[in-house]
Design a binder for this molecule. Structure first.
Ligand code: IPM
Ligand code: MG
Length: 358
């Protein structure tokens, strides 16, 4: 296993440390090569570039990337290529990681941590599939210019080609076949041409999967349904920006964004694995962050890039044990539980691994 480790900035460092600790514990003697590479502000500090050339080369050679988070507060003012927070976007684009899997799964132990009623979220298991290399995130032209009247105007472009929509569509239907055979495609076809094409192409792709039920929702209605009756969803497929927003919303169904892992895949097995959360500068460096999203992302890596479902399951079961034991970081704390820090949570997962029946 050849893994690039990119902790990045903010809590990325702390949570990735815990994921690596658990990774080492679960793989045991399995040959594994970990190569650390700086990214984000850490890249700027080390090599004057948020995505240094050496980091890009390490990413190219690795079979999988374990990513923390990147960015510093206020960095949107910095030019795109030098912006720490944009390094992740550049990496996604460079590695063609177009398929972003964001499972929203509720551990039964955390049912009380959700702000929604238990009966609404109990048994929740949604896979949000977000297209990750297109859309308004990357569309050209983009920029800021000055109008003849002297005021500034900024613009971005939402665009999707048929082939981009088709390839994420196939991933959605194939994923649904391994789950509950339902795909809900989320768009804004009532307003945007880009999204009309999205709906047309999804419908076409859907015809090749008669065993999978396809439905469509406008993104505003999808947001509402996610809060009203989230259990109706199996696979939700959507574009880059809508997926960004809906996956944060879905995170709250599960209690905390600190619990949600993600995998970003290209056409091969190569993947980038990262928690859905960001750098959380307000709590960085204080041993307060929840490392479980990073640990669970590492489990996705074992399953999807290294085809080690048993090891992945072990990690997931160890996490469940720790939650069942009542250990909680601040974000998922409930009265009656024991509040622990980032490191203690990681240590507890390692201990729980050792306790699992063989
Ligand atoms: C995410 C994040 C990123 C995104 C940011 C950090 C650029 O919010 O992965 O959801 O918008 O894609
Ligand atoms: Mg986001």
């Amino acid at each position: 296993m050849k893994i690039a480790v990119m902790p990045g900035d903010g809590i990325g460092q702390e949570v990735t440390d815990q994921a690596v600790k658990v990774l080492k514990a679960v793989v045991g003697n399995h040959p594994m090569e970990l190569v650390y590479a700086p990214v984000g502000q850490a890249g700027v500090d080390a090599a004057g570039d948020p995505l240094p050339l050496q980091t890009r080369e390490i990413a190219d050679k690795a079979e999988a990337i374990l990513f923390g988070s990147a960015g510093v507060p206020g960095d949107e003012a910095i030019e795109y290529n030098m912006r720490p927070g944009a390094s992740l976007l550049r990496l996604r684009k460079q590695l063609n990681l177009f398929a972003n899997f964001r499972p929203a799964f509720l551990f039964p132990e955390l049912i009380g941590a959700s702000t929604l009623k238990p009966e609404v979220v109990e048994g929740l298991d949604i896979m949000i599939l977000r297209e990750l290399t297109g859309d308004i995130y990357f569309g050209e032209p983009r920029g800021v210019h000055t109008l003849p009247n002297g005021e500034r105007e900024a613009f971005n472009t939402m665009r999707y080609s048929e082939s981009e929509i088709r390839r994420i569509g196939h991933v959605a239907f194939q994923t649904a076949r391994l789950r509950h055979h339902k795909v809900c495609s989320v768009d804004k076809a009532n307003v945007l041409e880009t999204m009309q094409l999205w709906r047309e192409v999804m419908t076409e792709v859907g015809r090749e999967y008669p065993d999978v039920e396809l439905s469509h929702l406008f993104v505003d209605a999808a947001a509402m349904q996610l809060m009203r009756a989230p259990k109706q969803f199996d696979v939700m497929v959507t574009g880059n920006i809508f997926g960004d927003i809906l996956s944060d919303a879905a995170a709250m169904l599960t209690g905390s964004i600190g619990m949600l892992p993600s995998a970003s895949l290209s056409t091969g097995n190569k993947g980038l694995y990262e928690p859905v959360h960001g750098t959380a500068p307000d709590i960085a460096g204080q041993n307060l962050a929840n490392p479980l999203a990073s640990i669970l992302s590492m489990a996705m890596m074992l399953r999807l890039s290294f085809h080690q479902p048993e090891l992945a399951l072990k990690v997931e079961r160890a996490v469940q044990h720790v939650l069942a034991d009542g250990l909680r970081t601040g974000d998922i704390y409930q009265p009656g539980c024991e509040q622990v820090g980032t490191r203690e949570m990681g240590n507890a997962v390692v201990k729980a691994l050792a306790r699992l029946p063989r």
